[in-house]
Design a protein around this ligand. Structure first.
Ligand code: HMG
Ligand code: MG
Length: 306
């Protein structure tokens, strides 16, 4: 049974832009967030409070958060890898914070400079402080379907990490395919392992599209009843510590598929495509979305027949 409605969290402003080499002006990031909320996105991952030495593109985190004209009912989330990040984030009034761990030891070391066990020790006080401030905590779980350093990651590692997240009180988990290598059955196995610790309504899929599998994996997750997904407008994205990883599945492609299946998202596809064109032009490229490309071609004035 397909879900009737799907919740989309656009991570383009954070996951999408963190990987850009050239600095993107804060005003452009803010405009992107505004365009997404105007297109009906109710969940937007805005920025991350990580070390500016590690990810210089996110150094304007507080400036961006302060400049957003918040729309009622929209959840603005930010990444907080440790208490220092959480404390800086708190001043900007996020609606949710994200701790991010990995199902592979090597990626944990490369991405956040500590082991899986140490990362959980760092996340625990973040969860406590967030809950004390009334802020829910999401737990992103990287490399659930493969690791750029270790290769295959068994589903048991996903279950292990989900259990650790649960033990420290993380409210919901995000099963992430950081390098987009997963295929549908492996995706279902990873989700199954996570489901041993969290119920469906506290679980989301976060699929990068490096190998063109993300839409199929989204469908495989939907088949299991998963109804929350991270996607990225214009297919922006990648992780600076996962070489070669490209963007998340594009929000446009997922929304088109869902609407075609009669599943509601609350998102206006045309306005979403315009948001994707806006950020793509700012970055000097075309949207990385098949649906956006198709619908933009349709919009373009037809050339005169020869
Ligand atoms: P570290 O070097 O181990 O941290 O980095 P430390 O505690 O030893 O501190 C070293 C320095 O960093 C100190 O400054 C701290 O103040 C500073 P110094 O004394 O040298 O001047 N520092 C900070 N500054 C600002 N904000 C902070 C912070 N913490 C320490 N929060 C750390 C550990 C986690 C900070 C670092 O490894 C880091 O910033 N990593 C971020 C990596 C990242 O952002 N990756 C991309 C996001 S995750 C992702 O994309 C995956 C996801 O999309 C899901 C998926 O697809 O898999 C979520
Ligand atoms: Mg990601």
């Amino acid at each position: 049974m397909w879900p009737k409605r799907v919740e989309i969290n656009d991570v383009g402003p954070r996951d999408g832009l963190q990987n850009e080499k050239q600095p993107v002006p804060a005003a452009v990031k803010v405009e992107l967030v505004h365009r997404l909320q105007n297109a009906g996105l109710q969940h937007i991952e805005v920025t991350s409070f990580v070390s500016p030495k590690w990810v210089p593109q996110m150094a304007d985190n507080a400036e961006v958060m302060a400049a957003i004209h918040r729309a009622p009912g929209v959840t603005y989330s930010v990444l907080t890898p440790n208490l220092k990040g959480f404390e800086s984030a708190l001043a900007t009034r996020p609606d949710a914070v994200v701790v991010f761990g990995a199902a592979s030891e090597a990626f944990s070391q490369k991405n956040i400079n500590c082991s899986i066990a140490e990362s959980i020790e760092r996340f625990a006080p973040v969860v406590q402080a967030a809950h004390a401030a009334g802020i829910p905590v999401r737990g992103a779980m990287s490399c659930c379907l493969g690791c750029p350093y270790e290769g295959e990651v068994p589903a048991s590692q996903v279950g292990y990490l989900a259990g650790l997240m649960k033990a420290i009180g993380v409210d919901e988990i995000y099963v992430a395919d950081t390098i987009g290598v997963g295929t549908p059955r492996a995706t279902q196995a990873a989700l199954e392992a996570a489901l041993a610790h969290y119920p469906l309504e506290r679980m989301a899929g976060h699929f990068h599209d490096t190998y063109g599998q993300a839409l199929a994996n989204t469908l495989a997750a939907l088949e299991m009843g998963v109804w929350r997904f991270d996607t990225s407008v214009a297919g922006l994205g990648g992780c600076p510590y996962a070489k070669g990883a490209t963007g998340n599945v594009s929000t446009e492609d997922v929304v088109y598929m869902l609407h075609g299946m009669g599943i509601e998202t609350g998102i206006d596809l045309d306005a979403l495509i315009d948001a994707g064109v806006f950020i793509s032009q700012a970055l000097g490229r075309k949207p990385n979305s098949r649906v956006a490309t198709a619908l933009l071609n349709k919009r373009a004035p037809q050339s005169a027949p020869a």
